[in-house]
Design a protein around this ligand. Structure first.
Ligand SMILES: C[S@@+](CC[C@H](N)C(=O)[O-])C[C@H]1O[C@@H](n2cnc3c(N)ncnc32)[C@H](O)[C@@H]1O
Length: 200
């Protein structure tokens, strides 16, 4: 097992939210056409909590992650929630589930974990696998996010706006770049994510 995979296995042993990300819930309810149907993809699915949310809303869901431990955890979680999700172990630059086209894609907290060229390769592959009108949500840390500044055990690499613009430029029918800033402890801890929404 490579050091990278071992490191993300360690992350998945210890971390992973028990509830779906607020950004995913609000995106689906606000931006995705109803009734919720078609194929959804969760890139870097971790413990599968967001995948299972999508499945419970009616999507046929496919999730993948580089961490075998994460994929096992996700598979067990889906079974415990009694939802059907197809999980696979793969790296972001090698999109699995050959032959499947997607209507919704989410990628939460992953682009800041990988090298820039890997994120770019992931988007290049994804472009070819989206149905017309597909919706996508990408959430990842900005360079001043507390996770990239304090400790940074997982070697997260936060983005500045120019990098976000470069990554998504000349791709997709529409791209909106937004930001989500939340502070805690009177501002001592600042969480700062880029929230990029696309239409394929
Ligand atoms: C911060 S976690 C987020 C997990 C999940 N998306 C969530 O919101 O709970 C980052 C995830 O990205 C995965 N990851 C890191 N590098 C990856 C790569 N090259 N390809 C696929 N997944 C990767 C890690 O294993 C981990 O599960």
């Amino acid at each position: 097992m490579s050091d990278v995979v071992a490191s993300w296995d360690r992350w998945n042993v210890t971390y992973g939210d028990k509830w779906p990300a607020e950004a995913v819930i609000s995106y689906v309810y606000r931006d995705c056409p109803r009734p919720f149907s078609g194929n959804a993809l969760d890139i870097g699915c971790g413990n599968g909590v967001n995948s299972c949310f999508l499945a419970s809303e009616g999507y046929a869901v496919y999730g993948f992650d580089i961490s075998p431990y994460g994929v096992t955890k996700a598979t067990d979680y889906a079974a415990s929630r009694n939802v059907n999700v197809e999980f696979a172990c793969a790296s972001i630059d090698c999109l699995p589930f050959k032959g499947i086209q997607f209507d919704v894609v989410i990628c939460v907290g992953v682009f800041d974990c990988v090298r820039r060229e890997m994120a770019a390769a992931s988007l290049a592959n994804l472009e070819k696998r989206l149905n017309v009108g597909a919706k996508g949500l990408f959430v990842f840390a900005a360079n001043d996010d507390f996770r990239t500044v304090i400790d940074n055990e997982w070697q997260l690499d936060g983005f500045v706006r120019d990098e976000v613009e470069a990554l998504f430029s000349n791709r997709f029918r529409s791209v909106y770049i937004d930001e989500l800033v939340q502070t805690r402890q009177g501002g001592a801890v600042k969480r700062h994510d880029w929230v990029v929404t696309i239409e394929g």
